[in-house]
Ligand binder design. Structure first.
Ligand code: HEC
Ligand code: HEC
Length: 129
């Protein structure tokens, strides 16, 4: 390969890489987050939601409504179900308890002593029942 050809190929490679940085990502971002960080990764979001499901002993549809035009599909961004807004308040409350009363453990990086949904719910929608 001659010198000029190497430069042209090198420039082409740079162009391809810089262009791909502006291409839309295949993974759709969550569009209606009010409590969780807006830049949360899909894996982290999935983990949080799975925790909610297990903590309350429910399915995703307990808090999430289905699509208007296709009832077999979920509309995760919709705020139609009141349980979703209650869950947001529960998230705020849980974070507040941890921040106010468990800040020492948090600062030390301990997670075991923190309050989570499951601490109260223990697999039920209403803890007292
Ligand atoms: C206890 C209620 C609850 C359960 C159960 C639940 N979610 Fe959620 N979900 C929420 C709340 C609340 C939010 C919004 C969080 C916020 O505002 O930061 C949310 C947000 C989401 C989003 C982001 C939607 C967007 O575009 O903003 C996705 C995706 C999602 N949930 C998927 C799921 C899946 C999948 C399951 C079942 C494994 C599930 N959720 C179970 C309460 C719940
Ligand atoms: C300090 C205890 C406590 C913690 C922590 C807690 N909850 Fe609750 N939660 C309750 C109680 C008590 C009720 C019942 C309130 C009522 O009946 O009015 C409830 C009710 C709910 C409800 C409405 C009941 C239903 O039928 O769905 C949802 C949804 C919910 N919690 C989600 C969560 C989520 C999600 C978390 C974690 C982010 C969480 N909770 C953490 C105590 C707690």
């Amino acid at each position: 390969m001659n010198y000029k050809k190497t430069i042209v190929l090198g420039l082409l490679a740079c162009l391809t890489i810089s262009l791909s940085a502006f291409m839309p990502k295949a993974e759709p971002k969550a569009k209606n987050l009010k409590v969780l960080p807006k830049n949360i990764s899909k894996e982290e979001l999935d983990k949080v939601m799975d925790d909610f499901k297990l903590a309350l002993g429910v399915r995703c549809s307990h808090c999430h409504a289905s699509m208007k035009d296709n009832p077999r599909k979920m509309d995760f961004a919709s705020d139609e179900k009141p349980e979703k807004e209650i869950a947001r308040d529960m998230m705020r409350m849980t974070a507040k308890i941890n921040k106010k009363y468990f800040h020492k453990a948090l600062a030390e990086g301990k997670t075991i002593t923190q309050i989570a949904c499951v601490t109260c719910h223990n697999g039920k929608t209403e803890p007292a029942k």
